[in-house]
Design a binder for this molecule. Structure first.
Ligand code: UDP
Ligand code: MN
Length: 340
């Protein structure tokens, strides 16, 4: 009764007419808002009732998923190739310099960033006591392989101790150890002192085992002898496996590369070589190392290859890994391969 009187009085006074209007509009807005809520509840309820078509969902996901763009296969011929390059052998070059020049390399590995490499290649370098040669090779080989747009990894296999050197067995060890890290499809068996002069000499594998050193500066860029299969050789995992790798029995200098050629020929594979004007190398000068004297038994061993290759090779390669260091520019495998 009192309230009606007060309202009547206010209305009569006409002062707070605006206030009343305001109250009414607030009420109207509340009513409308609750209606909207009710409607949206109904919509979401109905949404769960309507079966969503699979292709609509797929369309939605494709439109909104943030999938990275697919990398294309690298071209057959890399646009980065330079052809014949002038090699430098600066006495002042350091490992740090080479590391600084190859920031894209981690633990000796690299893959092109803007395309998918055509092959994954492990470079195996047998080594002992040739640090300067290794430095020059790394200096040239990293940019060379990057220009070829190859996915690669470099492995240096160090023979521990000072017993007679065994290049072939070290390369067998390199093959077995590299495969523990990654399923490389192609292997380049690489002397430490041979530097490729032309980047059209591709470090990839072919359908047949490939010999890459057609010419060297020290032999007037002529093939060392007919059938020479040493220095730098490219074989697929399958090809190397098929011949049971190298023989482990060649201690000292010579014969092991001829033995590998015989194994390849016994499997009816043929050796291919790039053109002579491309497959050119500079050999860093050196004398015969101590601990790697010519192997006097090599001719005798070469006569037995056909009889022994099945049981002398990858399947009989026993060794003790002393350390594996993952350095910036290469994986360093130090190994005890025993003695003759
Ligand atoms: N090698 C090495 N230390 C040695 C002997 C040989 O690192 O004490 C390695 C090195 O990779 C070298 C390869 O074995 O390039 C072949 O040996 P060498 O250079 O004496 O053979 P050649 O020059 O006759 O091909
Ligand atoms: Mn040499």
């Amino acid at each position: 009764m009192g309230f009606c009187v007060s309202v009547g009085r206010i209305l009569r006074k006409g002062k707070c007419f605006v206030l009343v209007l305001l109250c009414l509009s607030v009420l109207a807005w509340i009513a409308n808002f609750s209606g909207e809520i009710a409607k949206s509840i109904q919509v979401s309820f109905n949404m769960t009732q309507i079966p969503v078509k699979a292709d609509t969902l797929r369309d939605h996901l494709t439109k909104h998923a943030s999938t990275p763009p697919l990398k294309v296969k690298c071209p057959q011929t890399s646009p980065l190739l330079k052809g014949a390059v002038k090699l430098s052998f600066e006495p002042s070059l350091t490992l740090k310099d080479v590391e600084n020049d190859n920031k894209g390399v981690t633990e000796g590995k690299y893959a092109p960033t803007d395309c998918t490499a055509r092959q994954s290649v492990a470079i195996l370098i047998p080594h002992r006591n040739r640090e300067k040669h290794l430095l020059y090779l790394l200096h040239h080989l990293h940019p060379f392989l990057q220009r070829q747009q190859i996915h690669y990894g470099i492995y240096v296999i160090q023979q521990a101790g000072d017993t007679t050197f065994n290049r072939a067995k070290l390369l067998n060890v390199g093959y077995l150890e590299a495969l523990k890290e990654y399923s490389w499809e192609c292997f380049i068996l690489h002397d430490v002192d041979l530097v490729p002069e032309n980047d059209h000499n591709l470090y990839v594998c072919d359908k047949q085992p490939k010999h890459l050193v057609v010419g060297r500066n020290v032999t007037g860029y002529k093939l060392r002898y007919k059938g020479y299969f040493g220095g730098v050789t490219a074989m697929t995992q399958k090809q190397f496996d098929k011949v049971n790798g190298f023989s482990n029995s060649y201690w000292g200098w010579g014969g092991e590369d001829d033995d590998l050629r015989i194994r390849v020929q016994l499997q009816k594979m043929t050796i291919v070589r790039p053109p002579a004007d491309i497959a050119r190398y500079t050999m860093v000068f050196h004398k015969r190392d101590s601990g790697n004297e010519a192997n006097k038994d090599r001719m005798q061993l070469l006569r037995q290859t056909q009889q022994v290759w099945r049981k002398d090779g990858l399947n009989s390669c026993s060794y003790k890994t002393l350390s594996i260091e993952r350095l910036p520019l290469y994986v360093n495998v130090t190994v005890d391969i025993g003695k003759p």
